[in-house]
Design a protein. Sequence first.
Length: 329
Amino acid sequence: MTRRVLVTGGAGFIGSHHVRSLLGGAYPGWEDAEVTVLDKLTYAGNPANLSPVAGRHTFVHGDICDAELLASVVPGHQTVINFAAESHVDRSIADAEAFVRTNVLGVQTLLRACLDAGVERVVQVSTDEVYGSVEHGSWDESAPLAPNSPYAASKAGGDLIALAFARTHGLPVVVTRCGNNYGPYQYPEKVIPLFLTHLMDGADVPLYGDGGNVRDWIHVDDHCRGVQTALEHGTAGEVYHIAGTAELTNVELTERLLRAVGAGWERVTRVADRPGHDRRYSLTDARLRDLGYAPRTGFDEGLAATVRWYAEHRDWWEPLRKPVGRYSA
Ligand code: NAD
């Protein structure tokens, strides 16, 4: 029987990578899957992210908060992967309403539809930011949730609803939590594509606070392979971490980005720190590695490929470019 996979938020950065990977044969055994993408096409959703697989998937323009639409779309799919979210921390500081709506109510509405349709496997894609900030060491999956930004709080809400649906209703859902992603097709409001596109255009870039905030970077391809591993082999009701491969302060990251495009520190403007800015995130990923996952893309190699991609795809990012602004890391 052909497997039918519904990817919500599949026109965004990470969801579209998953769809291109699935349809490109990156996940053995899934080459013949029929893929439906459901996406609201917010500012972050971009049909161009799916143009390499145009004609090979079904696209539904819609909202995961729309129960009536979901009741017509979800039945017939054995697998649902939810990447749909409001994902930009700085926007959540300016106005959290859409975050609570999509990341909490949307998740609940989608899970309800999955339950009603008898979906066999659901993945709720989440973030390390739900744990708040960790000074030393790394979180395992039993660490308490202590989100600081409205974005992280809304993601934590969605995760808890997902785990409650597993326990209360027996919904076969797993939750994945990942560190900071980078790679092609990332909307240029997030720090790596924002810095690269500004630097490539000759503009300056803004660095938050003392630049000492630490993030654990992972290539989007490794994130999606981690999601796929949890989907195929994870235990319902469990959380799986997908840890990064490169812990860097924002100063170290900026140094690498400047070097990659041949620019100097005179192009960097220091700006006031983000309110509630978490200092450091760090995950352990032994649980996922026990299922056979291991990252494949080293940071230097992945960053070099990403820089090349942005240099070669101005047609993709130029229409999305905004004046120098804040960034999310
Ligand atoms: P993104 O902002 O690039 O994409 C989100 C997608 O969801 C867009 O296509 C958007 O149109 C769609 N969407 C938003 N609201 C919707 C709604 N109500 N109904 C249907 N579609 C809707 O985000 P991303 O970076 O690709 O992140 C995907 C997921 O991964 C999110 O859940 C995010 O929390 C999580 N995550 C991201 C990172 C990262 O570094 N980017 C790290 C860890 C986890």
